[in-house]
Design a protein around this ligand. Structure first.
Ligand code: TXE
Length: 512
């Protein structure tokens, strides 16, 4: 880490508000050392709650990616040969160190993203710790398949790490989603070059520091910062990076697939969603309302799993809407660092502008704003320049409109009625995405039937965002390719090899 010329700004967790201090530079982490970008370029890092630049981040290019890939390549033979127990131990140390610095990490995440400190403290950072522990210990229980071919042969499957993995993560859940990739990649013996979002690089930087302290060998995890078009693209194009795991926007994922496919890279794409939340009239409405509000507005609606399209069976429509709007109006948009706020700021000026334009489009399409709207929320003096929008509920939109088909990724939800199950399923599936869906009913048969009919990688019945790290996680259609979580991640980051051993005393050889 280097320090540049003094100027007035705030560093999270360092000094009181507004004190004169120096601009922090976030450098690359390559071969166990913090190094400046080869080209000397930096990007401003903005605190979304204030709209002010509070640090700067290295803007890497192909030279930095090359150095990181070289470091990862050099570290691979020793790391992949390290016993699972030793890999596990160092990863558990990383998890323990993050946990012991929960306040520092949570504050950094909140300042960098604009999310409420309580969310960073209660969700993001604990989940990052959990990711590391989950995959660190999963490798201790590794099993493999054995297939006996009559009495002729036995086949067993070896799964070996694939080498250097490129891990590209987004800004909505920065450390949570970065560790969701780093943990299985390095646990299985790969080495990695991570490219966190340039919009939210701070906790990746803190993770790198913790890796040094925990004794992770140099080069096992490298972090190259910078823009997607620069550092990100160079990583995807690098010929020695045979595995790419990406979470981000669908458009970006399409571009990455176009680059990686002709190079025969193994690719995991976790992309956007436009997730339906289907409420049948027999549902427990109190619970459906309370959870649907969380599903719509958690993290300012910036979670790929947010339930952004609510479909309500006609008899329950009016009571649901009334309660849902009342509960939404009761949410507090506030300074993310202050206790008691439910929503903080959107992540960036450009994203704030995009979400506002989506609200305007909804109105042009005939939508009625039940609450919220394209009105920036005032919060306090400190946050006068921040990117705050109120939680917004829209009704009355025509079926198939853009607002109901395109991902907004902000605190905006639409609500519409339906008359029967077939209509609900058709409306729920009427999108290019297929990430997740929620349904509310007390009818068990219907729950199973509708869950089966919904085109989604995850269906939650009478709940939302209940996560078990062992289950397959990912999307259908434009929501992605491949699955993460548990065995799926362990398999993604390893290469299976069938070893076929002829059984002694039997020399028969079968065709194909
Ligand atoms: O994400 P990008 P953006 C959705 C959401 C949002 C939209 C765009 O709808 O409005 O995507 O967000 C890196 N080669 N989601 O543009 O660009 C980039 O630097 C390699 C859903 O901010 O997809 C960052 O590290 N990498 C999503 C990462 O990709 C590239 C979470 C994600 O950024 C690259 C975020 C390139 N050519 C947004 N271009 C989810 N599924 O949760 C960019 N990147």
């Amino acid at each position: 880490m280097t320090l540049s010329a003094p100027r007035r700004f705030r560093v999270p967790g360092q000094g009181p508000r507004g004190t004169l201090t120096r601009m922090q530079s976030i450098e690359h982490f390559i071969a166990g050392r913090f190094v400046p970008p080869a080209g000397g370029a930096y990007l401003d890092n903005v605190e979304p709650a204030t709209g002010r630049v509070y640090s700067r981040v290295a803007d890497g290019d192909a030279r930095d990616v090359e150095a990181a890939v070289q470091a990862a390549t050099a570290a691979f033979p020793a790391w992949s040969a390290t016993p699972a127990e030793a890999r596990c131990r160092v990863m558990l140390r990383i998890a323990d160190l993050i946990e012991s610095r929960l306040d520092e990490f949570a504050r950094a995440e909140s300042v960098d993203t604009g999310k409420p400190l309580s969310a960073a403290r209660g969700v993001d950072i604990p989940r990052a710790v959990k990711n590391l522990r989950f995959f660190a210990t999963a490798i201790l229980h590794e099993k493999s398949e054995l297939h006996v071919t009559d009495r002729e042969a036995i086949n067993y499957t070896l799964r070996r790490p694939r080498g250097v993995a490129g891990l590209i993560s987004p800004w909505n859940l920065p450390l949570y989603l970065l560790t969701w990739k780093v943990a299985p990649a390095i646990a299985t013996g790969n080495t990695a070059v991570a490219k966190p979002s340039e919009v939210t690089p701070m906790t990746a930087h803190l993770l790198a520091k913790v890796c040094v302290e925990a004794g992770l060998p140099p080069g096992v995890l490298n972090v190259v910062h910078g823009s997607g078009a620069g550092a990100g693209q160079a990583l995807v194009e690098h010929p020695r990076v045979a595995t790419i795991s990406f979470t981000g926007g669908t458009k970006t994922g399409r571009g990455i697939a176009a680059t990686a496919a002709p190079m025969f890279k193994k690719l995991s794409l976790e992309l956007g969603g436009k997730n339906p939340n289907v409420v049948f009239a027999d549902a427990d409405l109190d619970e459906a309302v309370a959870v649907s509000v969380r599903a719509a507005f958690s993290n300012q609606g910036q979670i790929c799993l947010c339930g952004s399209r609510i479909l309500v069976e006609r008899p329950a429509y009016a009571p649901f809407l009334e309660r849902f709007v009342a509960a939404t109006k009761a949410l507090k948009v506030g300074d993310p660092l202050e206790a008691g706020c439910d929503l903080g700021a959107l992540v960036s000026r450009s994203h704030f502008d995009k979400v506002r334009s989506c609200i305007r489009l909804a109105v042009e399409e005939g939508g009625r704003i039940e609450c919220g709207g394209d009105v920036p929320s005032g919060v306090n003096d400190r946050c006068a320049g921040g990117f705050f929008l109120p939680p917004t509920v829209i009704t009355g939109l025509p079926a198939g409109c853009r607002t109901d088909r395109e991902e907004i990724f902000g605190p905006v939800v639409t609500v519409r009625p339906f008359d029967d199950e077939a209509e609900a399923v058709a409306a729920a599936n009427d999108t290019d995405y297929g990430l997740s869906a929620t349904l509310w009913t007390r009818d068990l048969d219907r729950a199973h039937r509708v869950a089966d009919a919904l085109v989604a990688g995850t269906v939650w019945v009478n709940c939302w965002l209940v996560r078990d790290l062992r289950v397959p996680f990912g999307g259908m259609r434009h929501s992605g390719v491949g699955r993460e979580g548990g065995e799926e991640s362990l398999r993604f980051f390893t290469e299976p090899k069938n070893v076929c051993v002829r059984l002694r005393g039997d020399r028969r050889q079968g065709p194909g």
